[in-house]
Design a protein around this ligand. Structure first.
Ligand SMILES: [Fe+2]
Length: 136
């Protein structure tokens, strides 16, 4: 059972971004399966790396459009992306210290709440701006 399921209620009205959010959910689900369901600690570093890299790629996509469309909440939104990077770094470093499975739960708790909240409350604010510049 995946911990995150993308539904059309999570749509930000921009196809390219929706697809990236779906991919992000699927990476988080893969990580959850390998860490929590299968307790397979090998290969975890690679999955964490793809979690970090894909989020970076995704944030850069959004930030490219913020710049291009002169989005009014650009700075606030970019600062939120940076807070996310810092928190993931903190949580995964704790894991690196071998604190164990409870750290894994902290990561998932954070990831799940962050992505759902961010998409529904922050990302949806740019829909009107992006759509009005012809991006949908
Ligand atoms: Fe965002």
């Amino acid at each position: 059972m995946p911990i995150l399921t993308w539904t059309k209620e999570n749509s930000v009205g921009v196809k390219e971004i929706d697809l990236q959010h779906q991919k992000m959910f699927s990476i988080i689900n893969d990580l959850y399966d390998s860490m929590v369901v299968f307790k397979a600690h090998e290969g975890i570093d690679e999955v964490i790396e793809s979690l970090v890299d894909y989020a970076d790629f995704h944030f850069k996509t959004e930030e490219k459009y913020f710049e291009k469309f002169d989005y009014e909440e650009k700075e606030v939104h970019e600062a939120i992306h940076q807070e996310y990077r810092d928190e993931v770094k903190r949580l995964t470093e704790k894991k690196g210290e071998g604190v164990g499975v409870e750290v894994s739960y902290d990561i998932f708790d954070f990831l799940q709440k962050w992505w759902v909240g961010h998409i529904n409350f922050e990302d949806k604010k740019y829909t009107e701006c992006f759509n009005s510049h012809g991006l949908s």
